[in-house]
Write a protein that binds this ligand. Structure first.
Ligand SMILES: *[C@@H]1O[C@H](CO)[C@@H](O)[C@H](O)[C@H]1NC(C)=O
Ligand SMILES: *[C@@H]1O[C@H](CO)[C@@H](O)[C@H](O)[C@H]1NC(C)=O
Ligand SMILES: *[C@@H]1O[C@H](CO)[C@@H](O)[C@H](O)[C@H]1NC(C)=O
Ligand SMILES: *[C@@H]1O[C@H](CO)[C@@H](O)[C@H](O)[C@H]1NC(C)=O
Ligand SMILES: *[C@@H]1O[C@H](CO)[C@@H](O)[C@H](O)[C@H]1NC(C)=O
Ligand SMILES: *[C@@H]1O[C@H](CO)[C@@H](O)[C@H](O)[C@H]1NC(C)=O
Length: 371
């Protein structure tokens, strides 16, 4: 991952400026302009609704956020609590996070049906409703199709796809039937592009995208007051990779993930608080969009050209004409290697000990020639 990103940095210009290949997209969609379908908010500014005085008041709103012990889930929980919402966050190991003070952190192991039901019942019994459901929890196991650990693929799908589906089904009866009711999910650029070496994560994010679209088509014509949106962040400085690979609570802190993120240059990672601000602005948006990008300018310049081509071109054409950016991404060599001994800290949780110390994933991708 780190190598891929470093290669990608600096190579990229806005889609409209790509010179090397002829993209249909440039002819039919000048500038590869996706502003028409995406809200690209600049979260360093107050939202437009602040000027017009139409922002949703979060006081009294009940918010449920999965994956809120650290990272962007936690930052979002803190930001929404600060805005007056009553926030319940979930964690597989809430007892490890004594420093959570501004919101409730309750246990959820959402590969367990019982755990999902208990959690949502508890929210219902305590607060009576769920106004804003944020499906954020994620795992980021890596691996290629040929050599992925199938247990990790299954666990990722069971968490991000099945787990969130279970949460939605359990939460829907608690969501208001009129007025304000929102579902937001953490999507990814990899919800649109098959990222080499990221099989478990990528197929799960694609499936989450599909889940949103199925919901939308089921409720065409305003058949539901619930608005289901996605947020697509650039890379965020959180502990996702370490947590995903080891499933080991003792390692669940940002420090453990630092070597991974420090391989990024500063402006290529967002800090969790920036996503917290983005989620807050989405929550108070009186007319929410279906998708929100949450990227800084450098991420935007790097990712959007690649992404909008994938969005706009038929797969065959995209594959044939893949730009230098895509090729650089695909041909990068990536290595994930950590020296953390999970089994030393295991507490009988799933996957403890499954990843041996120093487990190393290495892959070299050479896709093509394109023509
Ligand atoms: C792009 O199209 C122009 C005009 O049709 C052509 O001359 C040029 O060779 C094409 N470039 C590539 C890389 O295919
Ligand atoms: C966001 O706002 C900052 C500060 O005004 C500005 O420098 C930057 O270009 C804006 N980014 C986008 C994508 O509009
Ligand atoms: C939101 O509503 C609460 C009570 O209903 C009120 O005290 C607060 O001032 C409102 N906040 C804003 C920003 O209007
Ligand atoms: C990530 O966040 C930590 C604090 O949690 C900070 O020390 C570190 O410098 C950050 N890394 C990057 C690349 O922003
Ligand atoms: C990891 O920790 C376990 C449990 O403490 C220990 O038995 C094992 O030897 C350790 N592995 C390595 C490679 O140090
Ligand atoms: C181990 O898990 C149990 C719940 O199954 C929890 O009560 C306990 O605090 C955990 N211990 C550690 C060290 O995480």
């Amino acid at each position: 991952m780190k190598v891929i990103w470093i290669i990608a940095v600096g190579l990229l210009a806005a889609c409209a400026q790509a010179q090397n290949v002829n993209y249909t997209i440039q002819e039919t969609v000048p500038g590869c302009n996706i502003l028409d379908t995406f809200a690209i908010a600049n979260y360093s500014h107050p939202p437009a609704c602040a000027t017009s005085g139409t922002c949703v008041n979060m006081t009294g709103k009940v918010v449920l956020i999965t994956g809120a012990s650290t990272g962007m889930g936690r930052a979002s929980a803190e930001r929404l609590a600060q805005a007056g919402a009553t926030v319940v966050g979930t964690s597989r190991y809430p007892w490890l996070y004594h420093d959570v003070t501004t919101f409730q952190l309750w246990q959820l192991e959402y590969t367990s049906d019982d755990s999902v039901k208990q959690l949502v019942s508890r929210v219902g019994a305590t607060y009576g409703k769920i106004d804003f459901l944020y499906l954020n929890a994620g795992r980021q196991y890596v691996g290629e199709i040929a050599n992925s650990d199938l247990r990790q693929v299954e666990l990722t799908i069971n968490s991000m796809v099945m787990g969130h589906l279970k949460v939605i089904q359990a939460a829907l009866p608690l969501m208001p039937k009129t007025g304000y009711a929102r579902i937001l999910q953490t999507s990814s650029v990899e919800s649109q592009i098959g990222a080499p070496g990221y099989l478990p994560y990528t197929i799960s994010k694609w499936a989450m995208q599909a889940m949103q679209e199925v919901w939308l088509t089921e409720h065409l014509g305003g058949k539901s007051n619930i608005i289901y949106s996605s947020i697509l962040p650039g890379t965020v400085n959180s502990s996702l990779p370490q947590k995903a690979v080891y499933g080991c609570p003792e390692l669940y802190n940002s420090q453990a993930a630092q070597p991974w993120y420090n391989s990024y240059t500063g402006s290529m990672v967002l800090q969790p608080e920036q996503i917290g601000e983005a989620v807050y602005q989405i929550a108070i948006d009186p007319q929410p969009r279906l998708r929100y990008l949450a990227m800084n300018d450098q991420q935007y310049a790097t990712l959007i050209p690649v992404w909008c081509r994938r969005q706009r071109l038929p797969m065959e054409q995209w594959y044939d004409m893949a730009a230098p950016e895509e090729q650089a991404w695909f041909q990068g060599e990536w290595t994930e290697n950590t020296q953390l001994n999970c089994s030393a800290h295991c507490n009988g949780t799933e996957f403890c000990g499954a990843a041996p110390m120093g487990e190393q994933y290495t892959g070299t991708y050479t896709i093509g020639p394109y023509k």
